[in-house]
Design a binder for this molecule. Structure first.
Ligand code: ZN
Length: 503
C-alpha cells in the first residue's frame, strides 16, 4: 500500500482511537470512578495524550500530508478527501508550532491550578488562586506568541478554536449585543414582577424529573441505542464515535429547570455528534465544526425549541400529568412564562437568554485586558465586580459567586467563553433560515414532531462534521456572514411580548 491518502488515514484513525480512549477514561472519571482512582487516571490520561500528540506531530504525518495534497489538488475542493487534507494540515501546523516544553508546562500548570481554584472558591479567598491565574495568563501569552497573530494575542487563541474569528470581529459583535441587551434588561427590570417563576420551585422527585427529560430528548431525536445519560457535578456531552455519544446532567429536587433544560442542552450537542457522516469516522473531521457551532445546536434545542411557546403548548399537559400535585393550578402559558423569566443574576450557567451574553462579554473584556497586561490576576475580582455593577446593577456577595465561579481560568481555556455567545448568535441565524424553509414549524413543535427539523439539521449541518469552517457553514446554509441581527430580533420579539414592552 503506497497510497499516501490511505497511509495518512491509518495514522489519523490511530490518533482518533487514542483520543477517544482518553475520552472514555475522562467520562468514567466524572461519572463512576471512585475518588481513589484519581492519581492513576491522571497518569493514564497524560500517557495517552503524549502518545497521540507524538504520533500526530511526527514528521511522517507531515510528509504524508504533503503527498496527499498533490493528489487532492485535482479533486473537488469540497470532497471528503480534499477537506480532510486541508483541515488536518491546519491542525498539524498548529500542533507543530507549540514546543513540547510549553505543552508540558501548560499541562503541569493546569493540574496545579485546578485544586487551588477549588480551594479558593470553597474558602472565598482569591489570593489562593491569583498566582496560578498569573501563570495561566503568562502561558496563554506565550502560547499566542508561538501560534502567531497579526494584531492581538487573543486572535491566535480564538482562531485556533473558531477558525477565521478575530478579536476585532468579536468586539464589533459584542458591541452590537450590548447596545441591544442593556436597555432591554432595564426595561424588563422595570416590569420585574410581570413573570412569576415560583411554579418551578417545589418538591419534584429526582428520578421522575430525569425520566421526563429523557422522554423529551428521545422525542427530539437523541438516539439512546447510540447514547445514554448519567449524573455528574457539571453536565457535559462526550462522544467516542457517532455511534456512542453520551450526555450527563445534574438534578435538583426543588428546582425543575436544572435537569430538564440541562438535558435538552446536552442532547443538542449529542444529536450533532450522532449525525456526523459515518464516512468521516476516525478522522479529525468527525466532530462539530467548532465550539461555537456546537453551542448553536445545544442552545437551539434548549432555548429556541425548549423554551418556546409552541413547545409548551404541546408538552405542558404531559408535564402536569407527571407532577399533578406540584403543578396544580398552573396553566401552560404560566409555565412558559416561568421558564423564560429574565433576572440579572450572578451566575452565568443559571442566566436567562437575555442576560447570558452579558456574562460572556464581561469575561471576554477581562481576558483581553489580562492578555494585554493591563489587568493583573490579583486585580481581577475588583474589575469583575465593577463590570457586574455596570452591566447588571448587582454585586456578588462573595468572590466565589464572582470571579471564581467558572472553572475555565483554572484550566487553560482563555478565549473559550466566546464560543457560548457565538453559539447563541449562530443558533438564531440558523433558526431564521429553518423557519423560512419549514413554514409550519410551530405546528410541528406543538405536535411534538421534530423529525423534519432534525432532518433539516442533518442535511444542512450535522453530516458535514468539521469539513467546513463556521463562516463557510453559515455562508452555505444562510447565504450570508455571521450576524447578530437574527438573535437581537428574536430576543426583542420574544421578551417584548413576555414583558409587555412597546415594540
Ligand atoms: Zn453546551
Amino acid at each position: 500500500m503506497s497510497d499516501p491518502l490511505s497511509e495518512l488515514r491509518v495514522i489519523l484513525a490511530e490518533v482518533s482511537d487514542i483520543n477517544r480512549a482518553s475520552a472514555v477514561l475522562g467520562w468514567d472519571q466524572e461519572t463512576y470512578m471512585p475518588p481513589g482512582g484519581v492519581m492513576a487516571r491522571a497518569d493514564q490520561l497524560s500517557t495517552l495524550r503524549r502518545i497521540a500528540h507524538t504520533r500526530f506531530t511526527a514528521a511522517e504525518t507531515g510528509r504524508l500530508l504533503d503527498e496527499a495534497a498533490t493528489i487532492t489538488a485535482g479533486m473537488d475542493p469540497d470532497s471528503d478527501d480534499a477537506r480532510l487534507v486541508k483541515v488536518t494540515q491546519r491542525d498539524y501546523d498548529l500542533s507543530c508550532k507549540l514546543p513540547a516544553e510549553l505543552v508540558a508546562e501548560i499541562t503541569r500548570a493546569s493540574s496545579m491550578a485546578r485544586p487551588a481554584w477549588v480551594e479558593a472558591r470553597k474558602t472565598a479567598d482569591f489570593s489562593l488562586f491569583a498566582p496560578h491565574l498569573e501563570t495561566n495568563i503568562e502561558l496563554n501569552r506565550r502560547q499566542a506568541d508561538a501560534l502567531g497573530y497579526a494584531v492581538h494575542p487573543y486572535d491566535a487563541l480564538i482562531d485556533r478554536s473558531e477558525p477565521g474569528m478575530t478579536a476585532a470581529q468579536l468586539r464589533v459583535l459584542f458591541e452590537e449585543l450590548k447596545v441591544a441587551i442593556v436597555p432591554l434588561v432595564r426595561a424588563v427590570a422595570a416590569k420585574g414582577d410581570a413573570v412569576d417563576d415560583s411554579c418551578l420551585h417545589g418538591d419534584f422527585a429526582e428520578a421522575t424529573q430525569l425520566a421526563f427529560g429523557m422522554d423529551v430528548v428521545k422525542q427530539y431525536g437523541y438516539d439512546t441505542s447510540r447514547g445514554r445519560e448519567d449524573l455528574t457535578a457539571h453536565p457535559f456531552c462526550t462522544g467516542f464515535s457517532p455511534n456512542d455519544v453520551r450526555i450527563t446532567t445534574r438534578v435538583s429536587r426543588d428546582f425543575l429547570s436544572m435537569a430538564l433544560f440541562g438535558t435538552m442542552h446536552e442532547s443538542g450537542h449529542a444529536m450533532y455528534e450522532q449525525g456526523v457522516d459515518q464516512a468521516l469516522d476516525r478522522t479529525p473531521l468527525c466532530r462539530g465544526a467548532s465550539p461555537g457551532v456546537h453551542e448553536s445546536q445545544s442552545r437551539l434545542w434548549e432555548n429556541l425549541i425548549g423554551r418556546s411557546r409552541p413547545f409548551w403548548q404541546g408538552m405542558y399537559p404531559k408535564l402536569q400529568a407527571t407532577f399533578p400535585a406540584q403543578l396544580k393550578g398552573v396553566d401552560g402559558e404560566q409555565f412558559y412564562r416561568a421558564v423564560n423569566k429574565v433576572m440579572p443574576s450572578l451566575i452565568r450557567v443559571e442566566a436567562d437568554e437575555v442576560t447570558y451574553n452579558l456574562h460572556i462579554l464581561l469575561r471576554y473584556e477581562l481576558e483581553m485586558a489580562m492578555l494585554e497586561g493591563t489587568l493583573k490576576a490579583r486585580e481581577v475580582p475588583e474589575a469583575w465586580n465593577a463590570k457586574m455593577q455596570e452591566y447588571f446593577g448587582i454585586q456578588p456577595p462573595s468572590v466565589s459567586d464572582g470571579a471564581l465561579q467558572d472553572i475555565h481560568w483554572s484550566g487553560f481555556a482563555f478565549a473559550g467563553f466566546a464560543g457560548y455567545t457565538l453559539g447563541n448568535i449562530i443558533g438564531a441565524q440558523l433558526f431564521t433560515k429553518i423557519r423560512s424553509d419549514l413554514p409550519d414549524l410551530d405546528a410541528q413543535i406543538t405536535a411534538g414532531e421534530f423529525g423534519r427539523l432534525r432532518g433539516w439539521l442533518q442535511t444542512n449541518l450535522y453530516r458535514h462534521g468539521r469539513k467546513f469552517t463556521p463562516n463557510e457553514l453559515l455562508q452555505r446554509i444562510t447565504g450570508g456572514p455571521l450576524s447578530t441581527e437574527p438573535w437581537v430580533a428574536y430576543v426583542r420579539a420574544k421578551f417584548g411580548d413576555l414583558y409587555g414592552l412597546a415594540a
